[in-house]
Ligand binder design. Structure first.
Ligand SMILES: Nc1ncnc2c1ncn2[C@@H]1O[C@H](COP(=O)(O)OP(=O)(O)OP(=O)(O)O)[C@@H](O)[C@H]1O
Length: 227
């Protein structure tokens, strides 16, 4: 088997001095789609934040896309994040510019220079999420589901080895959640690896996949019952 994209061994997740999760052992491989579930406050976001370098890993071992989380330096974080695509519940689009400019902004910030290639890449990722014709719109001219598609397109720009989606459907109605989930399923089928935190059990039942649960300061795999 190839090397894991994500591997945590006996890791502990802290918020400041507060232990949120202990003894975390998780592995993910290329092409996996893994859910992270758990009640509110059980540590899903803290887990995600540790993976993208927003919280330090101080106990246990953690490797993610070839970075060692335990010895991650401040200067490594932008480079780590280039290998990850992070999607948030509240989309986090820049409201003062169009969809195209939101995406071009990220490309510029991550070192792209060639305008022709940049425009082509923007068009390519928008096509992947079914938003090719909406690049000229401002975020406020889009529905929540469309904004989340753009956020997913933004996450795809630098061809990430792992997509971390923290409650990506949390602000969306059930029908729109399914549409966004279809996008995530499509990109997973095309080879992208995805870790998705959610408390939307309807989605889990509709799109069953490996599921990790945060509960009582631990993370463990749960086996879904067949419907
Ligand atoms: N910035 C912070 N400083 C201190 N403690 C925090 C902070 N953020 C979260 N916590 C605490 O860490 C624990 C885990 O919170 P976390 O946000 O990771 O849970 P969650 O499962 O993602 O919840 P939700 O589904 O509501 O987002 C909670 O007890 C919370 O109060």
């Amino acid at each position: 088997m190839s090397n894991p994209i994500l591997q945590l061994k006996n890791a502990a997740i802290y918020q400041g001095d507060n232990l949120v999760l202990s003894n975390v052992n998780v592995e993910m491989y290329k092409g996996d789609f893994v859910y992270l579930i758990g009640k509110t406050g059980t540590g899903k976001s803290s887990f995600m934040k540790t993976l993208y370098g927003d919280l330090p890993l101080t106990e246990g071992e953690g490797q993610i896309v070839d970075y060692d989380l335990k010895h991650l330096k401040e200067k490594d974080i932008p480079f780590l994040r280039r290998k990850l695509g992070v999607v948030f519940q509240d989309f986090k689009l820049l409201t003062d510019r169009t969809v195209n400019d939101n995406l071009l902004f990220v490309l510029k910030a991550t070192g792209w220079k060639d305008k022709v290639k940049m425009n082509a890449r923007v068009e390519e990722v928008l096509a992947k999420v079914g938003m090719k014709t909406k690049g000229f719109k401002f975020p406020h001219e889009l529905s929540g589901g469309e904004q989340q598609r753009v956020a997913i397109a933004r996450a795809l720009l630098n061809d990430p080895e792992l997509i971390l989606a923290d409650e990506p459907t949390g602000n969306l109605d059930p029908q729109t959640s399914v549409e966004v989930m279809e996008v995530l399923q499509d990109i997973n089928k095309n080879g992208n690896t995805i870790l998705m935190a959610t408390h939307d059990y309807a989605l889990l039942l509709k799109y069953p996949s490996k599921t990790l649960k945060c509960d009582e300061n631990e993370v463990y795999e749960v086996v879904q019952r067949k419907g």
